[in-house]
Ligand binder design. Structure first.
Ligand code: ADP
Ligand code: ADP
Length: 211
């Protein structure tokens, strides 16, 4: 079976302490997993490593047994809390989507993206509108896994429900795996069939919170 595998991954930021220590994790195609646990246990760092934004100091991330492809559209896409940071402020929305190779009118329509928004700049849209773009942008042909790192935490309940309803329907259709990082246990139980307590897979010894 195809899968995403985190194998013996250790990581630390420059001159910092170990943030991830020998982390192992396997996620199957189409599986929905929630990563939960207190702040500071390396959930976001692990997300960035799985999506290829950061390189592990030790260990590897494998997709179907091979290292993640570099320099092209990554099959593991990350959507995080701050859509305004993920979009180029000097690109119109239309261009941000085109650049990612995602301009599927059906997906945009289902996601409630209005035609007029395509001509706008990121600073001319609301947080909820921008996050819809980020989700759509993450749903390219090559996408196999989507990591949602506190993806809807900043949004109101209506926007949150709309985005998740659309995303789960799309994930079903495309057999997309979902990796959810959240402090909202209700959302984790709604979305995921497996809940992983990150401190149980990331046994780093000393943490600032513990001092
Ligand atoms: P979580 O998502 O579980 O809250 P993070 O992965 O965000 O955990 O952070 C894990 C640890 O790494 C924390 O101690 C945090 O301070 C540190 N950290 C996160 N980002 C950076 C960074 N860019 N530079 C240095 N340290 C960082
Ligand atoms: P947070 O405070 O949420 O951990 P940071 O500001 O520490 O976020 O890190 C955000 C950085 O991570 C961005 O500057 C960007 O380089 C990178 N990044 C993470 N996810 C994405 C994404 N989906 N698209 C683009 N850049 C991303």
């Amino acid at each position: 079976a195809t899968m995403l595998e985190v194998k013996d991954v250790s990581f630390r930021y420059a001159n910092g302490p170990w943030v991830l220590h020998n982390v192992n994790l396997k996620i199957e195609d189409g599986e929905r997993v929630a990563l939960v646990g207190p702040s500071g246990y390396g959930k976001s760092t692990l997300a960035k490593i799985m999506a290829g934004f950061l390189r592990p100091e030790k260990g590897t991330v494998l997709l179907d047994g091979k290292p993640l492809p570099k320099g092209e559209y990554c099959p593991v896409q990350l959507v995080y809390q701050h859509p305004e940071k993920a979009l180029n402020p000097r690109w119109k929305m239309k261009y941000s989507l085109k650049e990612a190779g995602v301009l599927d009118p059906e997906i945009m329509n289902e996601m409630g993206i209005r035609e007029m928004w395509l001509e706008r700049w990121p600073n001319e849209l609301s947080g909820g509108e921008l996050q819809r773009f980020c989700v759509v942008r993450a749903l390219g042909e090559q996408t196999r896994f989507l990591i949602a790192d506190e993806m809807t935490t900043m949004l109101d309940a209506v926007n949150q429900a709309h985005i998740w309803k659309f995303l789960l329907r799309h994930a079903d259709k495309k057999k997309l795996g979902i990796i959810l990082i959240t402090h909202n246990m209700y959302l984790a139980e709604q979305v995921a069939s497996r809940i992983i307590d990150v401190p149980s897979i990331n046994k780093i010894s000393v943490r600032t919170e513990d001092l």
